[in-house]
Design a protein around this ligand. Structure first.
Ligand code: N01
Length: 510
C-alpha cells in the first residue's frame, strides 16, 4: 500500500490509499501519530483542517488563554518538558510544545494540512473507509477520529444577534485584528474561557459587561514561574519531574472521591472557594450574585486569581438578568435595561454532546454516527461503535475529565487503539468491529458509575450531560480505572473478519 502525500493539484484528483487515516492533530491526533511512528508504522496520514498542528490549543488564542492543569501533568508522559516557564502554562507555550512534538517525532511529513473532512463512508465491499476532504480523497483501512470535543464553537440562539452592527467573536475564534481598547464590551458566559478573557481585557476596555447565566465555583490559582534552577534540575534529574507529575496526578485523583464517591470530601474545596470569593469581593450584593447554588464540582471547578477582581472593577458590571435581545448597537436584558455595546464576545462553549464530526461519519448500513447517537452517544470503552468497523474514536464519549489532565486519558486511549491495530495485524484481520452487547454493557457500566455523582446529582445543568440528562461525556471514576480498563483490547467484545474471507458480514467470532 502506498501513500502519496504530495499535495499537488494532480494528486488531489486521485484517491490516496493509506493504512490509517487520523482526523485531527491536537493532543490526541499527535499522540496517536507519535505512537505509530515509534513502532515503525509509516502508512498513515493525519488529516488536519487547519494549516498547523495543535487543535484546541492552536484555535483558542483569546487574551488570557491558559491551561488550568499544571504543565508537568498536562503534557505527554513520553515527552516531558523541563522548560515550562510557569507551573500552569499559557496557550502560546502549549501550542509551541505541540509543534515541537510534531517536529521532534517527525509527524509533520504525515500531515495533510487544510484537509477538512467533509465525509467518511465505510465501503463494506472494499473494507475501506472512503474519506473525502477539502484536500482530496483517501481510502483507508482504518479511521481514527481525533477531531476533539472542544473543537466546534457553540453560537447561542439569541434574538437579534445577527442584527448586531458591531463585532461579534467567539472566544475560540478570536479576531486579533480587532482592537478592544476603549470599547464597551459584552462577554456572554462565565465558563473556563470567560473567566480568562474578562480579566485580560478589563484593563484595556472602556467597560466590560459580563452576562452570567450560572455562576461558577472559583478557587485560587496556585500559578508561579518555574525558576531557571528548577528547570535545570528537571533537565538533569528527569526523575524529579516525573515525581512532581505523579504527585500532581495523585492529588487531583483525590477530588474524584468527593465528586463520585462521597460528597463530604468536597466540603473543604467548597470552603476554599467561598473564602476566595469573600476575600476578593467586598460588595455583598455582587458576592451573592457570584455565589453558585449547586454543589461544587457539578460544573467544572474554575481556577483564577483575577476574575473576581476584574468583575468587581469600576468599569465592569455583572448582569444576572437574561438577555432579551440584541439590537444593532446594544444588548437588552430581560429586566428591560439596555446597554450600549461595541463588541460582543461569545464565551459560550463548544458542541460536546453533539459532536459535528459524527454527522460526517457514515457506517456499514449508511447511517451516520450522529444518527446512531441521536438518543445519546454510546460506545464500547469510549473508542468503538457497533456498525462502524475499523473506526476508533479518541476523545469521544465518556472520556472527558473535569478534575485532571485530559492528556492522561488520551494516552490511555491511544494505547487501546494501538493494541487493536496490532491485534488486527497479528490476526490478519481486514475488519474489526465491536458488538452491540459490549456497547450496551459499557453504557450500563457508565450509568452505574455515574449514579449519585456530583455531575448527575449536584443540582446544575452542564455540558457534561446530554439533552436526556445522561452522562455521555465524562469518565465518572478514577482515571487509573479507565487506564486499566483500556490497557488491552477486549478482544472478546469484537468480531473480526480475516483478510480474504467473504465480505458479506461473514462474521467470524473471536
Ligand atoms: O465553555 P462552557 P468554555 N446565554 O460551556 C454560557 C475547556 N477549557 O469555553 O453555565 C447566556 O464551559 C454558559 O452558561 P451556563 C474546559 O474543559 C479549558 O468556557 O450553561 N449564556 C456558560 O457560562 C471547559 O469546561 C481551559 O448557564 C450562555 C458559558 O456560556 C471547556 O473548555 C480553558 C448561553 C459556556 O461555558 C468549555 O469552556 C478554557 C446563552 N445562550 C476552556 N449559552 C483550560 O484552562 C451558553 N452560555 C484547560
Amino acid at each position: 500500500m502506498t501513500s502519496t502525500l504530495e499535495s499537488t493539484p494532480e494528486a488531489d484528483r486521485t484517491v490516496r490509499e493509506v493504512g490509517i487515516a487520523i482526523i485531527g492533530s491536537g493532543f490526541a491526533g499527535l499522540g496517536m501519530a507519535v505512537t505509530l511512528t515509534q513502532r515503525g508504522e509509516s502508512d498513515f496520514v493525519v488529516l488536519e483542517r487547519a494549516g498547523d498542528v495543535g487543535g484546541t490549543w492552536r484555535d483558542n488564542t483569546y487574551p488570557g488563554a491558559a491551561c488550568d492543569v499544571q504543565s508537568n501533568l498536562y503534557s505527554f508522559s513520553f515527552a516531558p518538558n523541563p522548560d515550562w516557564p510557569r507551573s500552569y502554562s499559557e496557550q502560546p507555550e502549549i501550542q509551541a510544545y505541540l509543534r515541537g512534538i510534531a517536529d521532534r517525532f517527525d509527524v509533520r511529513r504525515h500531515c495533510v494540512f487544510d484537509a477538512d473532512v467533509t465525509s467518511a463512508r465505510w465501503d463494506d465491499d472494499a473494507r475501506r473507509w472512503l474519506v473525502t476532504t477539502t484536500a482530496g480523497e483517501f481510502r483507508a483501512r482504518v479511521l481514527v477520529s481525533a477531531a476533539g470535543a472542544l473543537a466546534d464553537p457553540t453560537y447561542p440562539d439569541i434574538r437579534g444577534l445577527d442584527s448586531f452592527a458591531g463585532t461579534v467573536m467567539h472566544s475560540a475564534r478570536w479576531d486579533h485584528e480587532h482592537d478592544l481598547g476603549g470599547e464597551r464590551v459584552a462577554v456572554i458566559g462565565t465558563g473556563a474561557s470567560a473567566i480568562q478573557v474578562v480579566p485580560a481585557i478589563q484593563p484595556v476596555v472602556d467597560s466590560v459587561t459580563v452576562y452570567q447565566r450560572t455562576p461558577a465555583w472559583v478557587v485560587p490559582r496556585t500559578d508561579h514561574p518555574v525558576k531557571p534552577a528548577m528547570r535545570r534540575l528537571y533537565r538533569f534529574v528527569p526523575g524529579l519531574q516525573r515525581a512532581v507529575r505523579a504527585m500532581l496526578y495523585l492529588f487531583r485523583e483525590f477530588l474524584v472521591i468527593g465528586m463520585a464517591k462521597n460528597r463530604r470530601f468536597l466540603k473543604p474545596v467548597g470552603k476554599l472557594a467561598r473564602a476566595h470569593l469573600h476575600r476578593q469581593v467586598r460588595d455583598p450584593k455582587l458576592r451573592k450574585a457570584l455565589t453558585p447554588d449547586y454543589t461544587i464540582g457539578c460544573k467544572r471547578i474554575l481556577i483564577s486569581n483575577d476574575y473576581f477582581p476584574a468583575v468587581a472593577a469600576p468599569n465592569a458590571e455583572l448582569v444576572t438578568a437574561g438577555i432579551a435581545e440584541v439590537r444593532p448597537h446594544s444588548i437588552v436584558a430581560t429586566d428591560g435595561v439596555e446597554r450600549p455595546t461595541d463588541t460582543i464576545v461569545l464565551a459560550t462553549g463548544f458542541h460536546v454532546t453533539d459532536l459535528p464530526i459524527a454527522e460526517k461519519i457514515c457506517g456499514r448500513d449508511g447511517r451516520t454516527l450522529a444518527g446512531v447517537w441521536s438518543e445519546g452517544m454510546v460506545s464500547n470503552r469510549s473508542a468503538t461503535v457497533a456498525g462502524f468497523p475499523n473506526l476508533f474514536l479518541l476523545v469521544g464519549p465518556n472520556v472527558g475529565v473535569g478534575h485532571t489532565s485530559m492528556v492522561y486519558m488520551i494516552e490511555s486511549q491511544v494505547a487501546y487503539v494501538d493494541d487493536a491495530l496490532r491485534t488486527m495485524d497479528a490476526e490478519g484481520l481486514a475488519v474489526l468491529e465491536t458488538t452491540t452487547e459490549a456497547q450496551d454493557a459499557y453504557r450500563a457500566l457508565i450509568a452505574e458509575k455515574s449514579k449519585g455523582t456530583v455531575w448527575l446529582a449536584g443540582g446544575c445543568a452542564s455540558w457534561y450531560l446530554d439533552k436526556h440528562g445522561h452522562n455521555t461525556t465524562l469518565w465518572p471514576d478514577f482515571t487509573f480505572r479507565f487506564r486499566k480498563l483500556t490497557k488491552k483490547l477486549d478482544r472478546e467484545n469484537y468480531v473480526g473478519v480475516p483478510a480474504g474471507a467473504p465480505s458479506e458480514h461473514s462474521e467470524v467470532a473471536a
